[in-house]
Design a binder for this molecule. Sequence first.
Ligand code: SAM
Length: 305
Amino acid sequence: MIAHKTLTEKVYRIRAVWVLSTMLREMPVKSKLGQNFLHDAHAIERIATAVGDLAGRTVVEIGPGRGAITHALVARVKSAGPAGRVVAIELDRELAAALKVDFALEIAAADEGATVEVVEKSILDFDLTAAAEEAGGPLLVVGNLPYYITSDILLHLGKHHRAIERAVLMVQREVADRITASPGGSEYGLLSATVQLYGPVERLFSLPPSAFTPPPQVHSTVFRWKMAPQMEKLGVEEDEFFRFLRKCFAQKRKTLSNNLKAAGYESLQISKALQSAGVVPQARAETLDLNQFAKVSNYLALVNQ
Ligand code: SAM
C-alpha cells in the first residue's frame, strides 16, 4: 500500500514538474512585481536554515515566486516532524497557480494535514494576526521581498509584531544598511529606528545580482529580525511614538531641536526635554538611540498635557 502510494506520488511529481516547467517557461517575468528569482542553491539553503527550528511551526513565505525557497522550507518542515506548514502568499495569479500545481500533493495531504497552503493575495492584505491565531502560536516569516514595496512590508510586519516570532528577509543591500544601522552612523534614520523598535536585527549575508534571474541592478542582503517589541520597556505608545519619530527625522539637514520647533514645540520645552535625555542641544536625530527618543518624547508629552 505504502509502495503504491509512493509510486503514484513519484509519477504525479514528474508530471507536475513537466507541467510546471512548461507553465513557467511561457510566463513573462513581471519586473513591476519585483520578480528577480533566486537560483543560487547555497543561498536558498542558507535562508531556510537561518529561520531556525521549524518543528510544528507555521512559516509564512512572502512572494514565493517560482518556489525556490518554498521547496527548501517545505523539505525542512517535513523533516522536522508533524504539524508544521508553509503558507505561501503570492500576488501574481499565474505564479500562484503554478505553485498550486507544484505543491498539489502537499496541499491535498488530508490525512497527515496539509503542509503547504498557497494564497493568491498581496502580503499587505494578508492578516498575519489571524494566521497566527489559526496556527496556535507566533509565525515565522521568510521572504526574498519584492523590493518595490519593502518599506510597506516591513511596516505591515511591524503592525502584526505580536503574531510573529522572527523573520528572515532579503532586501536591497542599501536598505539592509539602513535597517541594521546603529545611532550615530551615516545610515541610521527613521527606517532603522522603526524596525529596531520591534526587535533586534542581524545582518546575515549579501548576494550579487548574478544570484538571480533576471539579475537586479542592485546587490541584496539577508537579515534576521527577532520580534521583541521595545514599546513597553520604553514607556511609549506605538502609534504616538512613530508620529514623534517622523517629526524628529522630518528634515535630515536640520538639528533635532529645529525639527521639533518646526513641529510646533516651544524652544524652552525642547531644550529641557533634550537635557532630560542627556542629548546636546545641537544633536541631530541620527545620533539618538531609542531610549533617548523615548525620554524626549515622554518629556514633551508630559509638559504638553
Ligand atoms: N521567493 C522567490 C525567489 O526568491 O526566487 C521570488 C522572489 S521575487 C524577488 C518577489 C516575489 O514577490 C515575486 O514572486 C512577486 O510576484 C511577489 N510579489 C510582488 N508583490 C507582492 C505582494 N504585494 N504580495 C505578495 N507577493 C508579491
